[in-house]
Design a protein around this ligand. Structure first.
Ligand SMILES: [Zn+2]
Length: 273
């Protein structure tokens, strides 16, 4: 349990550090180097890049906040399971009946629970799944966009050519070797390392997001999939997507806002079947 609690604290710290580093690299190094002394011809490109980067970052961070602000629906159950000494040290260990799930970290019985996200530090369920998916999409976009600008920066600043497809594969081992020989600066090695971090996070988020959208369309949760449970609901995929993304889903694609009508107490309205 200590490992899980530690992960729950370390993952958000890692997320905020990576976000801050990305911000500093963009505005401290990439923009001034790729677009130096912007004359009239480059001023438009600089503004376009800055606007696009801020738009992607705003949506990634906005949906992150919305995922935490609107947590998964929990049941007011007082009889929560007590862990036995033989209970496995897994966050998904307590599956209750009827799609209810006790999360050991959130210490709540969650309805329609999908999984516990360590980066947001809370459970992902029916109410915050839409923000979580948008958070994954925009995080993936920010990372892949940063990767492209990082490659451009290394080409402009250090004259590294990426024309050979193998360059990217050999970049990290070669840069590490040259760093210890004293011919590559610490900043250059750090930038090369960040290229791999952005590529890794970008691909993982994109893959994870595709899987979540497929599960939502099938009306299934990750918990049910892991337990090999058949889908109870037989609604068509359009109805399942609308149920999660709400009626104003188009707005949710471009802005981190609520995409469902809410009742005065801030909860989603009951489903009308
Ligand atoms: Zn949880």
């Amino acid at each position: 349990m200590l490992k899980l609690r530690l992960l729950n604290a370390v993952a958000p710290a890692y997320f905020f550090t990576a976000t801050a580093v990305t911000f500093i690299l963009h505005f401290g190094f990439f923009v001034p180097t790729i677009f130096p002394n912007p004359d009239m011809s480059l001023r438009g490109s600089t503004a376009l890049h800055t606007a696009l980067f801020l738009f992607l970052m705003f949506n990634a961070l906005g949906n992150y906040v919305m995922t935490i602000r609107y947590p998964a629906e929990s049941a007011n159950e007082t009889a929560i399971p007590v862990c036995s000494p033989h209970c496995s040290d897994k966050v998904d260990a307590h599956y209750l009946l009827n799609g209810r799930h006790f999360c050991k970290l959130c210490k709540k019985v969650i309805l329609k629970r999908d999984h516990h996200c360590f980066f947001t530090g809370n459970c992902i369920g029916n109410r915050n799944m839409r923000y979580f998916i948008m958070f994954c999409i925009y995080t993936s976009c920010v990372c892949l966009y940063s990767l492209v600008l990082g490659v451009a920066f290394l080409t402009v600043e250090y004259s590294i050519s990426f024309q050979n497809p193998l360059t990217f594969l050999t970049l990290l081992p070669l840069s590490t070797g040259y760093f210890f020989m004293g011919t590559v600066s610490g900043l250059q090695l750090f930038l090369v390392l960040m290229l791999y971090v952005w590529l890794g996070i970008g691909l993982v988020c994109a893959g994870f997001c595709c899987q979540q959208v497929l599960l939502v369309a099938r009306g299934q949760t990750w918990c049910q999939l892991q337990r090999g449970q058949l889908v109870e609901n037989c609604s068509p995929w359009r109805a399942n997507l609308k149920d999660v993304f709400g009626t104003r889903w188009i707005l949710g694609l471009v802005l981190p806002v609520q995409t469902v009508e809410t009742s005065p107490d801030g909860t989603d309205p009951p489903k009308q079947d």
